[in-house]
Design a protein around this ligand. Structure first.
Ligand code: ZN
Length: 144
């Protein structure tokens, strides 16, 4: 098994067995990547003292978008909101080519998405869930 195959395995595993996947059909906010047809909903719970308690997602789309959403929920749960948003910035920065892809290596499964930057059309698939997290958190703050 080559390095690339291993990464492929990790992405497929998240795609086939998405973590924190839930029925969120009751939510109205949909995040979409129309160029690929990816669509997802996100339910983020932040505690009063600013810790991301849980992130659940629902949706459908390509393997990259769903695997990235699954990894995002695992990666950001339990972090302080500032840390979670910093991680989002780091991930999106790597996907945009503004940060070195090696930045992802210390974040476990997410490193598997590093290969996506070689396929510019798929970058929005990978960043969809991360942008959705940002928007969800900002919206919650605005509601207060
Ligand atoms: Zn996609």
């Amino acid at each position: 098994m080559t390095f690339d195959d291993l990464y492929q395995e990790i992405i497929l595993d998240h795609y086939k067995h998405p973590r924190n996947f839930a029925d969120l059909s009751g939510l109205s906010d949909v995040h979409e990547n129309p160029t690929c047809g990816d669509s997802l909903k996100l339910a983020v719970v932040v505690s009063d003292d600013g810790v991301v308690e849980s992130i659940r997602f629902d949706g459908s789309g390509c393997a990259i978008s769903m695997a990235s959403a699954s990894m995002m929920t695992e990666q950001l749960s339990g972090k302080r909101i500032e840390e979670a948003l910093a991680m989002v910035g780091e991930f999106i920065g790597v996907m945009r080519g503004e940060k070195d892809v090696s930045e992802l290596e210390r974040h476990g499964d997410i490193a598997a998405l590093g290969g996506v930057i070689q396929f510019p059309l798929r970058i929005k698939c990978a960043t969809l869930a991360w942008h959705a997290f940002e928007k969800s958190v900002e919206k919650d703050h605005a509601d207060r």
